[in-house]
Design a protein around this ligand. Structure first.
Ligand SMILES: NC(=O)c1ccc[n+]([C@@H]2O[C@H](COP(=O)([O-])OP(=O)(O)OC[C@H]3O[C@@H](n4cnc5c(N)ncnc54)[C@H](O)[C@@H]3O)[C@@H](O)[C@H]2O)c1
Ligand SMILES: [Zn+2]
Length: 765
């Protein structure tokens, strides 16, 4: 370990004693109480520091140092002690590829050969178990304890379905100890804590503690309800086998063969292990699994690398603490502890009120985290977290950070429960579920709630909407919630397309966090202010429009590049494709996919509005839920006002050339009765251009591929539609053929290449 300074003996002695006390205390909590008050990586750092001191001053190292002993304690008051037939050891650790290579080099030196095969497998973060089978019958199941003596947990283990009470097959040895890991699947962890919380029982900080806490529980003195909970917890436990203990004369020569045999006996084996000839491949395995850690059913804290050859195990032997023929590569931590400072509620575009955890900033899995969503008030309750708690925060790779649970042991009594506010934090309206029985609360003030208006305006500018470059979160806030002037330029999004320079120019706005909506502060603790649309100039250069510029003495300000761009982009957006405009209206469930289907079929907002529920629902890609959402949306006055205001400002609510609902026939067109799907980029056509070309030729431009499709015009970038077309055996054409199709009609293309598979029978509607 790269220890910073090596103190002299006297100093080292003091530090080593402090470390030992602390480590033993943490071990006690971890193995006895199934609790972690520090993260595993913090614990590992303490052990490594102690190890470094002992290496520098070997006289400090005693046989009972934590660096020389296996975690738990032998005598416990909870369970009957069991002596293992063979000791249960821990594992040594490596923390980098370099350390792994050193370890392998030492193995090869000690073995006196370079041809060593390495078995690599996932390190399961659970608790170790020893299953003692005599003549194929499970006699005892015990925890590791101090490695020599563990606790008898046979009754509980027998409730884990995967663990056979009797091995499959015949010819079992008189004695075999099977070792494995019992774990709590990540997927049902939240559910467990919800049950615990509801029953008034302790919640767990992470799945490993949940596994230990579930396995090490007693049934005595429990009432029926508590017993049901015990059983429920036990039924969720899983196990995977990863080794053997005592087994006189095993009929196999390699660790990997051991797994094969144990599997035949009906024991659960991990599917993730591999045997490699080269350390390079082991390194690759470590990297691969590091990236894919989050997709495994259990938590992983590293990779275990074992010499595959059992004869070498015997030759290499073990220290008092760990075998020499195996090591654990530990990944950088995905779990850290941090303080939960507050739980704030943010209101989003749709009015949903979401509680967020605001935490002391920590680094986890390579990124800085200070907040995480808690979804809703029930989730906050289920997780059992209190404001002021130290919580376990997990972030697996690219996965969104998640608060797992509180470290209950560290509570001081000053923590307080989160209370879901009754009123919207931004507009004060009373929050309510959208419909009875909903857990999520919403702010019903959809029209004017600043948070919702801000969200909708930002949505208009988003990629999936009108894709207006400058209209992001800051601009949206500036237009709807400026600090100055007092009257915002936009009360709702209705005025967006009528904005003028003089409306936006003088705005000052505070910067908000885009997730929580909280005002960001400067280093001095003041709200961070910006003037997004203004730029100061020193001198007059005469070239400005007095309507959009201000004088202050000799200086004057002019619109910033952003301001000019914003208005120009808004202008351009007015004639963007209909589907984008539909998305921008923030109609529930109408995202890009549904909007495209609606635009393709109806061709105009008027036609959509005039359609009956059945007509809407019948359109491919629309369906009854969206049909209802559309009808509900148009029934609201201020929604209609938005449409009217936008139309008055020049927004085009129609696809030029579209013949109307059904995209049916342009009389006598060359594509009359023909359905075409265009996908990918077709050279010579924009996406909208391709649709227009189909429609203008009298064809039906469909948005999704089905058996009714006659032609699929596919260019580069065509994705699932092309795959589906191939699967259905549809006629697929390229851009060149498409150009012929829309000008001259299907006959000009000649017969399909594989004539018999073309589904010509199902033509059109
Ligand atoms: N947070 C805390 O306060 C605290 C306290 C004590 C221990 N701990 C954690 O426990 C660790 C020490 O525990 P340990 O002695 O069990 O060492 P370990 O967890 O580093 O490794 C040894 C154990 O790994 C398990 N294991 C999982 N998958 C395996 C596989 N595929 N093959 C072989 N073994 C596998 C075995 O049960 C074995 O006993 C620490 O590194 C820390 O992560 C944390
Ligand atoms: Zn509100």
């Amino acid at each position: 370990m790269p220890s910073e300074v090596t103190p002299d003996l006297a100093q080292a002695k003091v530090e080593a004693e402090e470390l030992t006390t602390r480590i033993l205390e943490l071990r006690d909590q971890y193995y006895e109480k199934n609790a972690s008050t520090v993260s595993d990586s913090e614990y590992d750092t303490l052990v490594r520091r102690l190890d470094a001191l002992e290496r520098a001053h070997p006289e400090l190292q005693s046989a009972d140092s934590p660096t020389q002993t296996v975690g738990g304690r032998a005598e416990t008051t909870m369970f009957t002690p069991v002596t293992h037939a063979e000791r249960m050891l821990s594992l040594d650790n490596v923390f980098s590829e370099e350390e792994l290579r050193e370890w392998a080099a030492k193995i090869e030196r000690d073995a006196g050969r370079s041809a060593v095969r390495y078995l690599s497998e996932l390190k399961i973060d659970g608790l170790a178990i020893n299953l003692r089978y005599e003549n194929g019958v499970l006699v005892t199941a015990a925890t590791r304890g101090d490695g020599v003596v563990g606790e008898d947990v046979t009754d509980n283990v027998l409730q884990i379905k995967q663990i056979p009470a009797r091995l499959k097959g015949t010819g079992h040895p008189p004695l075999v100890e099977v070792r494995g890991e019992i774990f709590f699947p990540v997927a049902s962890f939240d559910e467990l804590n919800a049950l615990q919380e509801a029953a008034g029982e302790r919640v767990f900080a992470n799945p490993r503690n949940a596994a230990a806490g579930s396995l090490r529980q007693k049934t005595e003195g429990k009432n029926a309800k508590q017993l049901a909970l015990v059983e429920n917890r036990l039924s969720r436990l899983r196990m995977l086998v990863h080794g053997i203990g005592a087994w006189p004369n095993p009929p196999v020569a390699a660790q990997s063969e051991v797994y094969g045999l144990l599997e035949q006996w009906g024991l659960p084996i991990s599917t993730h292990f591999r045997v490699f000839d080269l350390v390079d491949d082991v390194v690759e395995f470590i990297r691969y699994n590091g990236i894919h850690r989050a997709s495994v059913e259990h938590q992983i804290d590293g990779i275990v690398i074992k010499v595959d050859d059992l004869a070498l195990h015997a030759e290499l032997g073990a220290t008092s603490r760990a075998p020499r023929w195996a090591t654990a590569y530990k990944y950088p931590p995905e779990e850290v502890n941090t303080r939960l400072l507050d739980i704030v509620v943010s209101v989003g575009r749709t009015g949903r009120a979401t509680p967020f955890a605001v935490m002391e900033k920590v680094e986890v899995a390579g990124s800085e985290v200070r907040q995480a969503t808690l979804h809703n008030q029930d989730v906050v309750k289920a997780k059992g977290v209190l404001i002021g708690d130290i919580v376990v925060l997990r972030k697996a790779g690219d996965v969104i950070p998640e608060v797992l649970g509180p470290v209950v042991e560290l509570r001081t009594g000053d923590e307080r429960a989160f209370v879901m506010p009754e009123n919207c934090p931004e507009c004060g309206t009373k929050l309510a579920p959208a419909k009875e029985g909903d857990i999520d609360l919403r702010c019903p003030n959809a029209r004017s709630c600043p948070a919702q208006v801000r969200g909708r305006v930002e949505h208009v500018g988003s990629r999936g909407g009108l894709d207006i470059e400058v209209l992001g979160e800051v601009s949206a806030a500036a237009l709807t919630q400026p600090l100055e002037p007092a009257e915002p330029p936009l009360e709702t999004e209705a005025g967006l397309f009528a904005l003028r320079m003089q409306d936006i120019f003088p705005i000052t706005v505070v910067v908000r966090d885009n997730e929580t909506g909280m005002v960001k502060l400067t280093d001095d603790g003041e709200p961070k202010r910006v003037m997004p649309f203004q730029r100061k100039r020193q001198k007059r250069d005469g070239a400005f429009d007095p309507e959009s510029a201000e004088f202050a003495g000799d200086e004057f300000s002019v619109p910033s590049t952003n301001a000019v761009k914003l208005l120009a982009e808004i202008e351009k957006a007015k004639t963007k494709p209909l589907w984008r405009i539909l998305v921008s209206l923030s109609i529930r469930h109408v995202g890009p996919v549904a909007a495209r289907a609606l635009a393709d079929y109806f061709g105009s907002l008027d036609a959509i509005r005039a359609a009956s529920r059945d007509e809407l629902a019948a359109v491919d890609g629309v369906g009854p839920i969206i049909a209802d959402a559309l009808i509900d949306w148009f029934a609201v006055d201020w929604h209609v006002d938005i449409v009217e205001a936008w139309a008055a400002a020049g927004v085009r609510f129609a696809t030029p050339g579209h013949p109307g609902p059904g995209a049916a026939v342009v009389e006598g067109g060359v594509l009359s009765g023909v359905t075409v799907v265009a996908t990918g980029s077709l050279e010579g056509f924009t996406r909208e251009g391709a649709l227009e070309a189909i429609i203008n030729a009298g064809g039906k431009a469909a948005s999704s591929v089905s058996k009714k499709t006659d032609f699929v015009a596919a260019g580069p970038g065509a994705g699932s539609k092309l795959t589906k077309a191939e699967a259905l055996g549809l006629r697929i054409i390229d851009a060149e053929q498409f150009a012929i199709l829309v000008t001259e009609g299907p006959d000009a293309l000649g017969p399909a290449p594989e004539a018999e598979s073309a589904p010509e029978a199902e033509n059109g509607e």
